[in-house]
Design a protein. Structure first.
Length: 635
């Protein structure tokens, strides 16, 4: 009774506590995102109802200046959010009368005629995208991109234009671009979307008129663009050479380095180490971390037995590393790993100030890698780490990086290995208290300086199995799966969220899986949903998996290994390849009950490990080329 009264008292105090107006409140599904405020939406709805066009334009201008990163929902029945300015611009283009936009039409056209650079025109489109001139500019830029061979930019532009003007001509252009890019999965998804939205009519192709859906069917049946309905022969390619087993590298005992993750009694087996391959001086170097120590191996320096002689360097260099990883069983923990770029290795590791090292503190089941360290590939020398990096502040002073991050003072950790693209290093941060939150951080790989940090969203804290975010980056788009009901796409340059979706479903997958890009689509295998999720990579529209021509037990699938041509490879207790356009299913090997496989796709070969064998498949035919005994086992 006393405990119940205390809980009621805390609940009452939480309701009476003042709310932070700068942070949006969770909606009905209890997922909080950086969406438009209730006050702004109320003012907009009032002005729209009263047809107060000057007030609407004033609100829009204010949103462009003050809320460029806020999100809004274009359709209240679809759980998809886009940038607020894009949603409002599309709305104004629909409802604003000619008389209210006439003056701005002139200004927009003059600016577009004056500015020829892409960046300048993009700023004009953002500010005047609701005008006819702005809408034309979006399509004209996409047309120019297509004519100049920039297929990906053209697809992005036409996808953006379709948000406001869904027409047979736009669908036909986009479909032709998908076909030219050899993307049958995106083409099939676009055709399904056009049918669902009732977009039909005639288009001009080669000087003659054709029905839109006849044209889409023709594109899908053309060579290189498989039909979405008819079964296809498997894709063929020149078979790769058989893998060599001339060098047997043996195994390495991590006992003196703090232990292998998952080997200690009671620790979570879902911990994983993600190594990196670093070609250097004409040879291959393998870099691995267990979160406590980073080890560099020369991949050609040892044969059989132990890899001890192949170790080139360790960080830290000397002494036995104390094992202070949490040993409380029951939750998926963040993974550790290494990324390699520019002669450096970037590793997620336990922080020097880790809570595990504090004497007398109760064990924290969530404690994970709270630091990113940059090491010289040649020597293992520490170049910088997030524990000590300092950044400049607005008042000209210097502060520690973690003090500038919005989650730096919370119980946080980094999840999985970072990703390096050019002059940017990306990492996912997560918290469990006071809520489960996901952040993406962008650092300068040269010195660890902060470029930007973006909060993706939050969910209520839970005592049950924790979930871990995973992300992937490709050509300026970063897609993150929070594994608590949110998937978002960010602009890699600015960190702005381009789209965000909420999903529902049940699942309890142990492993984390980075999203996989597949031309115009992105596939997500989240921890909290059994079935995969598929989205248009530019707009976040749900594309869904094709109807499968075979049975797949999704709860038994642990990992999304990756893409091989038009095929997506899944592994776990059940291993299979699924054609992304036709839904054809190819089973790979027997069920692996002892240790669900991870696997890797390299140079046309799929390497799929089991407890005692390493299987090799040709991804052109899905024939097993070889099976090699190995000593991987549970170590």
């Amino acid at each position: 009774m006393y405990i119940r009264l205390v809980r009621l008292l805390f609940a009452a105090l939480a309701l009476l506590a003042p709310q932070d107006p700068s942070r949006p409140r969770p909606d009905e599904d209890r997922l909080a995102i950086d969406c438009v405020t209730e006050d702004f939406q109320r003012r907009w709805d009032k002005a729209e109802t009263e047809k107060d066009w000057p007030e609407l334009l004033k609100l829009f201008d204010g949103a462009v200046e003050r809320f460029p990163r806020r999100l809004a929902q274009p359709d209240p029945d679809v759980p998809r959010w886009l940038r607020l300015t894009s949603v409002l611009s599309d709305r104004l283009a629909t409802i604003l009368p000619e008389s209210a936009r006439e003056e701005r039409e002139i200004v927009a056209q003059q600016l577009l005629d004056t500015l020829q650079d892409r960046e300048g025109r993009a700023r004009v489109i953002e500010k005047y995208g609701y005008t006819r001139a702005g809408r034309r500019a979006i399509e004209q830029q996409a047309n120019s991109d297509y004519d100049e061979g920039r297929l990906r930019d053209a697809i992005r532009g036409w996808s953006r234009a379709m948000e406001t003007r869904l027409s047979p001509e736009l669908v036909a252009r986009l479909a032709h671009a998908h076909a030219a890019a050899g993307d049958p999965a995106a083409l099939a998804a676009l055709r399904a979307q056009a049918e669902r939205l009732g977009c039909k009519g005639e288009v001009t192709v080669g000087g003659r008129r054709r029905e839109l859906h006849d044209f889409l069917e023709f594109l899908q049946a053309s060579p290189g663009a498989p039909s979405a309905t008819a079964p296809l022969p498997l894709e063929r390619a020149a078979p790769p050479a058989n893998p060599s087993t001339e060098i047997s590298l043996g195994a390495y005992d991590l006992k003196g380095d703090g232990g292998a993750l998952g080997r200690r009694e009671g620790s979570a087996r879902e911990w994983g180490m993600h190594p990196a391959l670093a070609p250097r001086d004409g040879r291959d170097q393998v870099i691995v971390t267990n979160g406590l120590r980073v080890i560099a191996f020369d991949a050609t320096a040892a044969e059989g037995g132990s890899l001890e002689n192949a170790v080139e360097w360790r960080y830290p260099k000397e002494g036995t590393v104390r094992y202070w990883m949490p040993t409380i069983y029951g939750g998926t923990q963040p993974q550790v790993g290494v990324a390699v770029a520019g002669g450096r290795a970037f590793a997620t590791m336990f922080s020097k100030d880790s809570r595990q090292g504090q004497v007398g503190r109760r064990p924290d089941r969530f404690d994970g890698p709270g630091a990113i360290r940059a090491l010289d590939l040649a020597t293992g020398e520490l170049l910088w780490d997030t524990d000590s990096v300092e950044v400049g502040t607005a008042d000209g002073s210097r502060r520690k990086l973690l003090e500038e991050l919005p989650f730096g003072r919370l119980n946080f950790c980094f999840a999985g290995p970072p990703v390096v693209r050019g002059d940017r290093l990306f990492a996912a941060g997560m918290t469990m208290t006071p809520d489960r939150s996901c952040y993406i951080v962008c650092l300068d790989p040269a010195n660890g300086g902060l470029r930007w940090c973006r909060w993706v969203g939050s969910a209520p804290a839970t005592r049950e199995r924790s979930t871990v975010p995973a992300f992937a980056e490709e050509d300026g788009t970063l897609v993150v799966s929070t594994s608590f009901g949110l998937v978002a796409a960010l602009d890699s340059e600015t960190g702005t969220i381009d789209w965000l979706v909420k999903y529902q479903g049940q699942g309890n997958r142990a492993a984390t899986n980075p999203p996989v890009f597949h031309h115009g689509l992105v596939t997500v295998l989240a921890q909290d949903r059994d079935e995969p999720l598929v989205y248009d990579r530019w707009t976040g529209r749900e594309a869904s998996m094709p109807v499968l021509k075979g049975e797949v037990s999704w709860p038994q699938v642990t990992r999304l290994v990756g893409r091989a041509g038009s095929w997506m490879v899944f592994s776990g207790i059940s291993n299979c390849a699924v054609h992304a356009a036709t839904g054809e299913v190819v089973r790979l090997g027997d069920p692996e009950l002892a240790r669900p496989a991870a696997g890797s796709i390299v140079n046309g070969l799929l390497y799929l490990p089991s407890k005692s064998l390493l299987h090799v498949y040709d991804t052109a035919t899905w024939e097993r080329k070889a099976s090699f005994p190995w000593q991987g086992g549970e170590d």
